[in-house]
Design a protein around this ligand. Structure first.
Ligand code: KG4
Ligand code: ZN
Length: 337
């Protein structure tokens, strides 16, 4: 079964070909970072227009890379939500219409389910036994979920305000590091002194598995204001203190989730899971086996959409002809295929 996957939920146009038996055959990504950098964040209308420009060339590119043609496709998977509605509609309209034209099934994939499943895509990789816990840390979501099967999720906890990735992006902006901030802040923190500042670990001193990162943002802003104008060393020290606080908080909650559920397999997914210091700490300190996607498959990409769509199509899911795009879509509303 050969599936074309299409991701357009935010500022990356991702297209990939996944084969059920042979694995990932081709993967192409166009990042709109340069387009949005001058505005310091994603401009939704510009994102939609750029997805329109890039989808056809990227589809041609993956078919050429894999030596396949449209006639070889057995299905088309696209991100149906959550995300920017205009951007989602571009991918959804293109993918659903293509599938209809080729007379193959289409499946609307939940973006966070695709992130969650991405670490399982590794051919010959270790597969976590069910049930497992997943820490989903992206630019829009921070959630801990218990996974019983594809589409069967129990929400254990989530951020009550900013997502971890969003907090990384905002802290990077305060430090004038640029956009998107997560990887830039992580790089800056490498030169930081971990002993100079200690930032709070929000919501770790009360029970429960929810998160809150907005206070950490305010703490960062106050530290920046107190020290301004900042030297490069100040920036690195603040970045390090911020990163340590986020990583520590995520680790404490994951340890608690493992203890409370008795489940000792943890999948870590979403853009922030590309952070190598987070990966190191979780792997070293949790009483659990940890699973990650390759760094390039942690952030948004078409491969994870093709893979998630393939799992659902193989299990027999057939979506109706409607073009589906949902800006908001709680993962707990999903059902197994
Ligand atoms: O999953 P993703 O690509 O998009 C969403 O679904 O939101 O996640 C993007 C987020 C951004 O906030 C970005 O700053 C963050 O992931 N991120 C990182 C790193 N790489 C990406 N945060 C911390 N360290 C990184 N190395
Ligand atoms: Zn994402």
């Amino acid at each position: 079964m050969l599936i074309l996957g299409i991701e357009t939920s935010c500022d990356e146009t991702g297209v990939a070909l996944y084969h059920a038996a042979d694995g990932l055959l081709a993967d192409a990504l166009f990042s709109q970072v340069d387009l949005h950098a001058q505005y310091g964040g994603v401009v939704p209308e510009l994102a939609s227009r750029d997805h329109i420009r890039k989808l056809v060339p990227l589809c041609r590119e993956v078919l050429t890379q894999a030596g396949k043609s449209l006639a070889d496709l057995d299905g088309v998977a696209y991100t149906a939500g959550p995300g920017l509605l205009g951007a989602l509609l571009v991918g959804a309209s293109f993918a659903r219409s293509l599938a209809w034209g080729l007379d193959v099934p289409a499946v609307g994939v939940h973006h966070m389910e695709a992130h969650l499943l991405a670490p399982l895509m590794e051919k010959n990789g270790r597969q976590p036994p069910l049930p497992f816990i997943a820490l989903l840390v992206s630019g829009g979501h921070t959630q801990l979920v218990e996974v019983f099967a594809i589409g069967d999720y129990r929400l254990l906890g989530e951020s009550l305000d900013d997502a971890a990735g969003e907090a990384f992006d905002k802290a990077a902006k305060m430090l004038d590091l640029g956009y998107p901030g997560g990887p830039l802040l992580a790089r800056c923190a490498e030169n930081g002194d971990p002993t100079r500042f200690r930032f709070p670990r929000p919501m770790t001193n009360r029970p429960g598995l929810n998160f809150s990162f907005s206070g950490l943002k305010t703490f960062t802003l106050n530290t920046v204001r107190d020290l301004s104008p900042l030297t490069d060393q100040d920036r690195a020290d603040i970045a390090r203190a911020f990163e340590d606080a986020v990583i520590d908080t995520l680790t404490i909650k994951c340890r608690r989730a493992v203890k409370e559920t008795g489940v000792s397999h943890l999948v870590v997914a979403g853009g922030v899971s590309a952070n190598y210091r987070l990966r190191e700490k979780l792997s070293a300190e949790l009483p659990a086996t940890t699973y990650y996607a390759k760094p390039e498959l942690c952030t948004d990409n078409g491969a994870m959409i093709a893979y998630a769509g393939c799992q659902r199509l193989q299990a027999g899911q057939r979506d109706p002809l409607a073009i589906v795009a949902r800006a908001r879509w709680p993962m707990t509303e999903l059902s197994p295929p």
